[in-house]
Design a protein around this ligand. Structure first.
Ligand code: BG6
Ligand code: MG
Length: 221
């Protein structure tokens, strides 16, 4: 598998930050008097910060102006940063490190493709920033998933054509972004939710290079 790349979403694939996003949004919604559940939080996975806020305001049936939206997003992000600044390498999800290292040893490029603007901080806190050949994140893209921009950018950064890239994603919008980029997509999570992915595993602990090659052989884009 030379001249190919694996692109990983970060939140929910390599680290379990979804609960920190939830706790921070919950603090904001409690303050605004909006009833916000873990089920609602599912809709925010893979979705950019401002788009998440729009969904939350829609749930609460609240109309606010642009400057207030900025204020709410900043409040939420400051609380979120409080949580992620305390993260440790123990929070890397099982199997991720072993799989990524196996790919690197096989000369396969590895990149991050995440909507999060906090990507560099998280990678640094859990000690894996140096592991990746490229990091494409919310700081360098303009269009949110399901737009393919972040994955196309990651592919460009590692110099591999989209058709030779495999994306690992836990969010419906992320799976769609990968497909829109013309990439193979392995869903990480529930096959009931990630129906559109080419293959689904419950976590990266279920992945290894041999399995990836078998999946790739069975799938034609
Ligand atoms: C995605 C998360 O990875 O990043 C979303 O799944 C989040 O829940 C988005 O809203 C943006 O993150 P941030 O850190 O830029 O607010
Ligand atoms: Mg994710």
């Amino acid at each position: 598998m030379q001249s190919s790349a694996c692109i990983f979403d970060l939140d929910g694939v390599i680290v379990d930050t979804a609960r920190y996003h939830f706790l921070a949004w919950k603090r904001l919604t409690d303050q605004l008097g909006i009833h916000f559940t873990e089920e609602d939080n599912e809709r925010l996975k893979g979705v950019s910060r401002m788009a998440s806020l729009e969904i939350i305001l829609e749930i609460g049936n609240k109309k606010v102006d642009e400057s207030q939206k900025q204020e709410y997003a900043t409040l939420k992000n400051n609380w979120y940063i409080d949580y992620i600044s305390k993260m440790t390498p123990d929070e890397i999800l099982p199997g991720s490190l072993a799989f990524i290292k196996e790919l690197k040893n096989a000369n396969i490029r590895v990149a991050i493709g995440s909507a999060s603007k906090n990507t560099p901080m998280i990678l640094e806190r859990v000690g894996i920033l140096e592991l990746f050949d490229a990091v494409a994140d919310g700081n360098i893209v303009r269009k949110a998933k399901p737009d393919p921009e972040v994955f196309i950018k990651a592919a460009e950064m590692v110099g591999i054509k989209p058709g030779k890239c495999v994306v690992f994603e836990d969010a419906v919008a992320g799976v769609q972004a990968a497909l829109n980029a013309g990439m193979m997509c392995i869903g990480v999570g529930s096959s009931k939710i990630l129906k559109e992915a080419h293959f689904v595993v419950s976590g990266l602990n279920e992945m290894n290079l041999k399995k990836l090659m078998t999946i790739k052989k069975d799938i034609r884009l």
